[in-house]
Design a protein around this ligand. Structure first.
Ligand code: ATP
Ligand code: MG
Length: 448
């Protein structure tokens, strides 16, 4: 097949450099696959007949990263971008289903392509010689088929992560697994337990962030449940409809997936996966917000913003709309209410309040925790439009509050969400969560 693609000048230059030293070199793997289906590759990997030390010699004028040398990979930094160049290799035996005991460097592209996981990932491309496609990856790509190179059972037994990679590619490119590859995926799913949680988490995030991962999550729910037994009793079709309805982004998709389980259980699951702390916090916070009603009025929205970051609230609205099948017009109104509230000059952030701690000290309020309590109450009052954010009025109110006994006056919670049932842990959701963020926000009763 003579197909020509435009590949970056740097990649051509790297290939030329290796060839000028008498070696073969090709772009290979994901970048060729992406190029063929019209996507811009996010990185360019190369393979070569040169041994790692020979690659280093060819690029002795460039900064090199040699951490992967044992596996044949040298990264060349070109205009500060790393290009991974890997010696043609075959994998030795896999004792543990995780990584090969040894790799063997070889001088033939054919052998290198045979060790690769799927036909769509086993293609190489050369700017002059064109596509090398020994396993009909281009045809599979066109027919949208994920097929193992060689016998699926054997390939999955060598490295179980390939099962999850297959599902991920199928989800991301809206492809199907060929029957034999699918059968082996179901059969050998239990061997995924041998794989490191980080690798699992990374693949699952990529899968969930596919445009529509639900076809694969439905067809391979057994694989998913095996990884996440916490989800076994969840109404899966409902979860899938939620996942499909929220934007294709890892945090939102995880939250949509875990929306029916207690947030504590979900948090433990995400901790087990060693996911990023920030992501775990955000997903857990979204689950804790489940029973918080979506404000319809700016005043209530502002009060919610006292305890919830705007970005989180935005995601909360998206999840609520997906969970409750809210008509688009209604969810648009909620989004608009948030946008308008954020843009309005009415204060809901401590830093925007017209008075600060120093002002309160100046009018004679004693140093101590009361200062913070008063400031917070003033903020709640401005947010709830009980008081305007004006210095004099706020100072007057501060004086009134300064002689009241702590804690300051009773607060009135927003109504509980009328539609969402309590997650199935038999009790109030997350009653023992330490940060207890799924409490509804509080609006002070005040009659000054
Ligand atoms: P992407 O980078 O878009 O996630 P990719 O296919 O480039 O996809 P990488 O992990 O970057 O994935 O791997 C580069 C190439 O190495 C793959 O295209 C494939 O040929 C090969 N490869 C990666 N992981 C495996 C594996 N577990 N088993 C066999 N071959 C693999
Ligand atoms: Mg890649």
């Amino acid at each position: 097949m003579t197909l020509t693609f435009s590949i970056p000048d740097t990649v051509c230059a790297i290939i030329q450099r290796l060839e000028s030293h008498g070696y073969e070199a090709y772009a290979v793997g994901g970048c060729v696959r992406d190029m063929l289906c019209g996507r811009t590759p996010h990185d360019w990997d190369l393979c070569t007949s040169a041994l790692p030390q020979e690659i280093c010699t060819c690029f002795s004028d460039r900064p090199l990263i040699t951490a992967g040398e044992k596996h044949g990979t040298i990264a060349v930094l070109w205009d500060s971008v790393p290009y991974e160049i890997t010696t043609y290799r075959i994998d030795g035996t896999y004792a543990d289903g995780r990584h090969p005991e040894q790799v063997y460097f070889v001088r033939s592209l054919r052998e290198d392509l045979r060790r690769r996981d799927f036909t769509i990932n086993a293609m190489a491309y050369h700017p002059q010689h064109g596509l090398v496609d020994l396993y009909h990856g281009a045809a599979d790509l066109q027919q949208k088929i994920i097929r193992c190179v060689g016998k699926p059972e054997q390939r999955f037994r060598e490295d179980a992560l390939r099962i999850l990679r297959g599902l991920r590619f199928a989800a991301v490119y809206a492809m199907q697994l060929d029957p034999e590859t699918a059968r082996a995926s179901h059969l050998l799913a239990p061997t995924l337990r041998q794989i490191s949680v980080e690798r699992i988490a990374s693949e699952c995030c990529k899968l969930l962030a596919a445009p529509d991962p639900t076809v694969i999550l439905r067809a391979f729910s057994d694989v998913w449940m095996l990884l996440f037994p916490e989800l076994e009793s969840v109404p899966w079709e409902q979860a899938l409809s939620r996942i499909k309805a929220v934007p294709a982004e890892c945090v939102l998709r995880w939250a949509a997936c875990l929306y029916d389980i207690p947030s504590k259980t979900a948090r433990n699951m995400l901790l087990r996966l060693h996911m990023e702390r920030k992501q775990i916090q955000e997903i857990t916070a979204l689950l804790q917000l489940r029973n918080t009603p979506i404000p319809e009025m700016a005043r209530d929205m502002r009060c919610l913003l006292l305890t919830t970051k705007p970005s989180l609230l935005q995601k909360h609205i998206l999840l609520w709309a997906a969970d409750q099948h809210i008509p688009k017009a209604q969810s648009q109104r909620a989004k608009q209410c948030l946008t308008e509230t954020l843009a309005s000059p009415i204060c809901f952030r401590l830093k925007d309040l017209a008075v600060n701690g120093a002002d309160l000290l100046e009018i004679g309020i004693k140093k101590g925790p009361r200062i913070g309590v008063i400031l917070h109450t003033l903020l709640q009052m401005t947010a709830a439009e009980i008081l305007p954010n004006q210095r004099e009025l706020l100072l007057q109110e501060a004086k009134v509050l300064s002689v009241k006994p702590l804690p300051l006056p009773e607060v009135q919670p927003l109504q509980a969400h009328p539609l969402r049932p309590i997650p199935p842990d038999g009790q109030a959701p997350d009653s023992n969560d330490s940060d207890n963020r799924d409490r509804t926000p509080e609006i002070p009763h005040h009659s000054s």
